[in-house]
Design a protein around this ligand. Sequence first.
Ligand code: HSE
Length: 432
Amino acid sequence: MDKTFVGLVGMGNVGAGVARLLLDHGDRTARHAGRILWIRHVVVRDVLKPRPVELPSGVLTDDLDRLLNDSSVSVVAHLVGGIEPARTIMLRLLESGKDVVTANKALLAEHGPELFDRARELGRSIAFEASVAGGIPIIANISQCLNANRVESLRGILNGTSNYIITRMSEEGTPFSDALAAAQRLGFAEADPAMDLDGTDAAQKLAILGHLAFGSAVHWNQIPRRGIDDVSALDLSFAAQFGYRVKLVAYGQLEGRSLQVRVAPMLVRAGTPLAEVRENYNAISVVGDFVGPVFFHGQGAGPAPTASAVVADMIDTAVGRTRITFQTLRLWSEIESPVVIESAGRLAAKFYLRFNVVEHPTVLADVAGVLNRHGISIATVYQQDLEEDPEAELPLVLMTHRTTLAAVESAAEEITRFEFVRSAVERLQILD
Ligand code: HSE
């Protein structure tokens, strides 16, 4: 059987998963690719570091040039995290005539235009299924299977670490720091978990998906974002009480040519598919004008699911499918964006508001007055029974009818000025 010689750069969790899949299941790739994907070089920084997978002798090297100068290698899995030297390595791979498969969403979200332009100039391809939602084939589905549609909305749970933490906190009352430590042990979290927790990772993935789904050329750091790092256990518990679950949602909604994008913890109605996504799982709900709603669910992080996507891309590249899709995709090309990004304040939704108050006869009247002045209509009010202690701080929860984020922000700012209000106003978008 024919062989396609391949290389790997990087041998962390994902690299080890890719090597294991290629080495232990060569029959599978041979059957699906019609050729054997033969690992010729694995480039790492430190060849002496212990590896969880045994490589054939002579394959492991710390010399990138060995791979670059080997013209028999046509496909390389680029599994280096971060921005530099990952960017330079990718450019050098393309310039030495390799087609590249990558799992590095941060790099694509930051330098996608440069890297894709360079690949196009050189007649090479970059495949990146593994960069968003790990094992879920969302890139292929949005860019190929659904491309007869105008995508109208996209809701994603795109960060496995956040979802894992929120699941543990909500279902077992696990403290945040313990749940994070477990996510790190299981290999879901980024080297710097701050990127998982503050919404950066989800925003980078949303920037990539938004580009494919809506044609938006928004840079990830222009996407308004908030992570789960400051969501309190109290709000998780109130959400459950009202029939919702809190999820970190990557949100894209198209109205005419206006696109609303944001990443934030939101209340998602229990029983809906998105609300039931647990642990490290990811999900993406897409609505297209012809297909209607479609839902994708699977493991978005971890060595094995990510290796599944990387190796599928390597097979596609080896058989020549990637080259065709890549050239027709025009991703990050100079083509004018068909959508404009709407200002965050114009987001229209229902909201959950919670703040702590001390007992005072005009609490409800004053708060309702502020909301009324901002045109916000109240759907639900909940206040815990007053305790004997008149100074006790009690949570007051309000759920609104549809309004705008700008109205909610202004009202929240006014509410915090009341003397009886003793906390910041938590505000979370509600997805019904
Ligand atoms: N840290 C990421 C996550 C890994 O938790 O989803 C996959 O991109």
